[in-house]
Write a protein that binds this ligand. Structure first.
Ligand code: GUN
Length: 300
């Protein structure tokens, strides 16, 4: 195979952010409305802190009003629901994102359903899930990670995926299931595989489009990949990197890897996303696009 197209999510996301920034300026000039994004984090999980920090920072760069609510690990469900309720009523806020996972005393589903569906820029509310499942994705907020994957897939294959087999490995509500709906809406023939799928390698080897979202480092090896497949790696796994030596405190250095064994897959793929710098940055770009869209709707 010739060298694959490397789907550069960092560059693609940058172009989306630039478009969002320009459209934000136009919206403000024409209507006086400034898009507002509120991100809420409960507890101090370091990975979540990093994600939420970059979402808030990127919102500011787009020219949005950006609000961050940081609540302590022992916050009760009622307290969090009060914060969500206040944001629902706040006309300067068009997007609300409550970072998951939440501490164990809080029911994730209850909090997500409490968010106004028209401010649910994560696309997790049942109303938005239902809109996507019934083919009304145009009216829905589409979850940001699958939306970002679709942009990259369409960049390579175009809008109509008729006749193509798509296999998604992973059945989460955040990625696997909405990804399946979006690929189906684009006319692909869709299989959702998961940890209990029998002979996963041969199921994946039939995929023209292979989306890996299992959270297992480098489990999708070369034998899972069909020649000429478009491979999208949603995984972000931190693993020990023995070859990099140790940190000052003696702990081993680490590196980020995806769910796909990159070199083996790249040797067969027509196009592939790197980790880091692939799907990850796209997720934030799509969050900004969803928030802008919400502000446009609010502006009438
Ligand atoms: N945790 C991991 N990914 C996401 C996401 O896309 N949105 C929210 N709210 N929490 C997450």
């Amino acid at each position: 195979m010739s060298d694959p197209i490397i789907m550069d999510g960092k560059a693609r996301s940058k172009s989306i952010i630039e478009e969002v920034t320009a459209a934000t300026r136009r919206l403000r000039d024409e209507t006086g409305v400034q898009p507002g994004l509120a991100v809420v984090i409960v507890g101090s999980d370091p990975a979540s802190q990093v994600y939420v920090g970059s979402k808030a920072k990127r919102a500011e760069e787009c020219g949005f009003k950006s609000v961050k609510h940081e609540l302590t690990e022992d916050t009760s469900e009622d307290e969090l629901l009060k914060v969500v309720d206040a944001l629902n009523r706040d006309d300067t806020i068009h997007g609300i994102l409550v970072q998951l996972p939440l501490p164990k005393q809080i029911d994730d589903a209850k909090v997500i359903q409490a968010i106004d569906a028209d401010k649910d820029v994560d696309g997790f509310h049942l109303v938005n899930v239902g809109r996507i499942a019934t083919g009304a994705a145009d009216e829905a907020f589409v979850p940001c990670t699958p939306a970002g994957c679709m942009v990259m897939i369409r960049d390579v294959l175009g809008d109509d995926l008729s006749g193509l087999n798509a296999v998604i490995v992973g059945r989460s509500n955040i990625v696997g299931k909405p990804m399946a709906q979006l690929l189906l809406a684009a006319n692909a023939t869709v299989t959702i595989a998961h940890s209990r799928t029998r002979d996963l390698a041969s199921v994946c080897a039939k995929a023209d489009i292979l989306v890996a979202a299992v959270g297992r480092p480098e489990m999708i090896t070369g034998d899972f990949v069909k020649d000429g497949a478009v491979v999208v790696d949603v995984g972000i796994n931190r693993v020990e990197a023995a070859d990099k030596g140790a940190n000052a405190d003696g702990s081993p250095k680490t590196r980020l890897v995806g769910d796909v064994a990159y070199d083996e897959a790249a040797a067969k793929a027509r196009a592939i996303t790197p980790v880091p710098g692939g799907v990850g940055p796209m997720t934030i770009g799509m969050l900004m696009a969803n928030t802008l869209r919400s502000a446009y709707r609010a502006a009438g």
